[in-house]
Design a protein around this ligand. Sequence first.
Ligand code: SF4
Ligand code: ZN
Ligand code: ZN
Length: 314
Amino acid sequence: MLCRICKDRGKRNKAVIFLRHHRLALCEKHFLEWFEKQVEKTIKKFRMFTRKETVLVAVSGGKDSLSLWKVLIALGYKTLGLHINLGIERWNYSKTSEEICREFAEKNGAELVVFSLKERFGFSIEEIAREARRKDVCSVCGTFKRYVMNLVAKERGINVIATGHNLDDEAALLLSNTMRWEIGYLGRQSPVLPEEAGFPKKVKPFAFQTEKETVSYAILNGIRFMETGCPNAKESTSKTFKRALAMIEHEMPGTKLRFYKEFLKKARPLFEKELKKELELRRCTECGMPTTQEICSVCSILKRVRENAKSRDN
Ligand code: SF4
Ligand code: ZN
Ligand code: ZN
């Protein structure tokens, strides 16, 4: 298969990727250009940030987040990487993830902040979940990751946080929320959540790019990324929804993108209206971060963790 852009210019360069839903075959150079242009379009369309602002990029060491950091650097945006070291020792997971993020930052002349849960709170994420008697490490992990991102943004005076969620993630989330009619989550699902009540703006510049595209961008740029997932990642429901969507996409290319785009255009505004009444935030009496309770979830989990650890040690 030949690259469409090269062919239009009278050259016969082989394509390295075929994007079925766009019916587009591209060579390496034109795929990288096309990909960056698409991301820039999303950033501009949703007014995510400008070149004057610093963007806090949450990097796990995986392909999506590192590709995102690379694109933003390539497009000339000001970035600060944030890696949260969760203290997971199995498979050397946290140590290797941190190493990979540090290596990326060094190679690309970018600044990286590493926030270690063990150093800041005294416990790894697995210890926190165990001491708090919470079976689902991942839900505790999600709460802590969101908290740390907000905290670091606040400490650094940054107003925008970018994450590497791609179209496959967003479409699977949408399907899962729709199946359960989770009105609150549906109203909040968007490539951009505006800054509100002390929380920085949250943006997903890869919301319209497929996982195939983000992984290809990483590989073609020679980015080293974590190939093994976290040892706590089990067969989640989101994987089931991803598989179902992949099956539909195979039969009807373009469905995933249409599903998500049409939701944003037609359905989300209706759910969003419902939300406006709900959100009332105040300051956590322990840490001062915005919360709906008197004490935020992180402070109340940590309080429980410390009490349980202390009573066990005595
Ligand atoms: Fe955290 Fe679970 Fe993801 Fe591991 S799999 S990083 S514990 S959310
Ligand atoms: Zn080409
Ligand atoms: Zn708090």
